[in-house]
Design a protein around this ligand. Structure first.
Ligand code: PMP
Length: 400
């Protein structure tokens, strides 16, 4: 069939039709060069200008201050699980050369599968001690699931850590920090070590460009894989405070771990993200997506629409829960606006729900294999009208 379905997949995920149509033209002829985007040199003036435009879109839409550089790389968010540790341990070594590795704390806020994985990578690499600042599981309904953002008084940060890590939106578990500072599910910025440039790191992979980033300027590193809200897989976007772009080789002379060259933030920064060949096609499509976002009204626009979309689905879950058909997985107040997860109760009911959805042109609603259930990913390219169709089906399913 040549018609497109409604794709609620968690990533790679749906991209706007209009962008894909434009990208198809660019595949044959990029910006009038007569050469396709997948064929043109990454050092051509046309591509270099396009990359600068993409950077400009990220900077203006997120209001990234001049204290921070915007870098583009590959290796996915998982690549950054390693790169942040190596770069920030090098920074810590330069600041505190005399501390032993046992005295280099790396604080991890563990609210779901992805932050847990990031902490595991830090532990695997070594070079410092992983301190779990908080693990959300003991505060869950069943004592073992990631279903909540813990209360502020449960966090313990180290006095002088090499890094402090959190994942803003947990794609698998459907748990997200609130961007309302007065919410108990907000990130506890006020508990961070004061009077120092805190090495605060945030994985924004699945919520990047879905709404403004609270306290962006207080972050050392914000990073995201492109394959949710902005483009194809293969592009990783980094926002790095300039004091975290350090000479890792000088740090290695003092005993820090050596850093593979493509992971060195200074190498990326010194070469305008063109040290080696970047993911040209992914950059192109992401640039088109962000240009379109700006035309629609940018992050203010998406913040409003995305909030309405998620509220509609959560309301339908609540209605179904009262009838014993659906069950919310995440505690109220901690639910993600991007990935809404719930169970369909009863023998065979989940399979029936999924096949009914497919019959109505809605796909990829099956939850991650590690948690099961249903997951509806409501990224920017999912329209409110498409969410209305999902909600109508969820209500219809209650009557069956
Ligand atoms: N962090 C989050 C929040 C994610 O959603 C994902 C992937 N979906 C990752 C990290 C890993 O990303 P990648 O597959 O690009 O390495």
């Amino acid at each position: 069939s040549d018609s497109r379905v409604i794709n609620f997949g968690a990533g790679p995920s749906v991209l706007p039709d209009s962008v894909l149509q434009e990208a198809a033209k660019g595949l044959l002829n990029f910006n009038g060069t007569g050469i396709g985007i997948a064929e043109i040199s990454h050092r051509s003036k046309e591509f270099v200008a396009f990359l600068a435009e993409l950077e400009g879109q990220v900077r203006s839409q997120l209001e990234v201050p001049e204290t921070h550089s915007i870098l583009f790389t590959q290796g996915g968010a998982t690549g950054q699980f390693s790169a942040i540790v190596l770069n920030l341990l090098a920074r810590h070594r330069l600041l505190h050369p005399d501390l032993s590795n046992d005295e280099r704390a790396m604080d991890y806020v563990v609210t779901g599968s992805w932050s847990k994985k990031a902490a595991e990578e830090a532990r695997r690499l070594g070079g410092g001690q992983v301190n779990v600042a908080v693990d959300a599981r003991p505060y869950s309904k069943d004592g073992k699931s990631f279903d909540n953002i813990p209360a502020h008084d449960t966090y313990t940060f180290s006095p002088n850590p090499a890094l402090i890590y959190y994942c803003e939106n947990e794609t698998v578990d459907g748990v997200e920090f609130s961007n309302d500072a007065s919410s108990p599910a907000s990130f506890p910025f006020h508990l961070l070590p004061q009077n120092t440039l805190a090495p605060l790191v945030a994985d924004y992979s699945s919520s990047f460009m879905s709404r403004p980033i609270p306290r962006l300027a207080d972050h050392a590193i914000i990073y995201a894989g492109a394959q949710k809200n902005i483009g194809p897989a293969g592009l990783t976007i980094l926002i790095v405070r300039k004091d975290c772009i350090v000479d890792v080789d000088a740090a290695a002379k003092l005993g820090a771990m050596p850093v593979p060259i493509t992971m060195v933030y200074k190498t990326l920064a010194d070469n305008n993200s063109l040290y080696n060949t970047p993911s040209v096609l992914a950059i192109y499509i992401s640039g088109l997506v962000l240009k379109r976002s700006a035309e629609l009204g940018g992050l203010k626009y998406y913040e409003e629409v995305n909030k309405r979309k998620a509220e509609k689905v959560y309301a339908a879950i609540k209605e179904g829960a009262e009838k014993g058909v659906y069950q919310a997985k995440v505690k109220e107040g901690s639910g993600s606006l991007m990935n809404v997860v719930f169970n369909v109760l009863g023998e065979g009911a989940e399979a029936k729900f999924l096949s009914g959805a497919e019959a109505r042109g809605m796909q990829a609603l099956k939850g991650h294999r590690s948690v099961g259930g249903i997951r509806a990913s409501l990224y920017n390219a999912i329209t409110e009208q498409q969410v209305d169709m999902l909600v109508a089906y969820m209500k219809e399913f209650l009557e069956q």
